[in-house]
Write a protein that binds this ligand. Structure first.
Ligand SMILES: [Zn+2]
Ligand SMILES: [Zn+2]
Length: 144
């Protein structure tokens, strides 16, 4: 299904209106890497105010349209698996860069096996990699 058509369907199913603010925030998140709230607010500048951005994101999180990608004690926002192909992230704790790690059949099969072994009918899973990107790693080494 087309992304925006799916968004409309989810909103209508939850008795929510399709507003300009909701569409603007959604379009900013589309086909992009996970984004910090500050950059979403910056992207909406002149169209959607800060408070409305927070409200839209709050609603989207409740409805499963977006999810948080945690990086240390901070987080970024991205569209959920309903809109993006299932993937994992590799995040840099130094600069906060988030790289998408695409689907690996072997890994997914192993996770399925693990959940079955635990007697769990799995509906979703999260697997994130944390560390330092090449640039941050080199900077740290040069300092010491
Ligand atoms: Zn980095
Ligand atoms: Zn996975």
């Amino acid at each position: 299904m087309h992304d925006e058509a799916l968004l409309r369907k989810i909103l209508i199913a939850n008795h929510q209106k399709i507003t300009k603010a909701r569409l603007t925030v959604f379009n900013l998140l589309r086909s992009k890497e996970p984004q910090a709230i500050a950059s979403i607010i910056a992207g909406c500048k002149g169209e959607v105010d800060r408070v409305s951005v927070y409200r839209v994101l709050d609603l989207y999180e409740k409805l499963g349209i977006v999810k948080r990608v945690n990086i240390g004690w901070k987080y970024k926002i991205e569209l959920s698996d309903a809109f993006l192909d299932h993937h994992h992230h590799a995040s840099c704790l130094g600069c906060g860069k988030v790289m998408s790690v695409m689907e690996n059949g072997e890994l997914e099969a192993l996770i399925e096996k693990l959940s079955a072994k635990s007697g769990l009918t799995m509906t979703s899973h999260v697997l994130e990699l944390y560390g330092y990107c090449y640039a941050c790693d080199t900077n740290t080494k040069n300092r010491t």
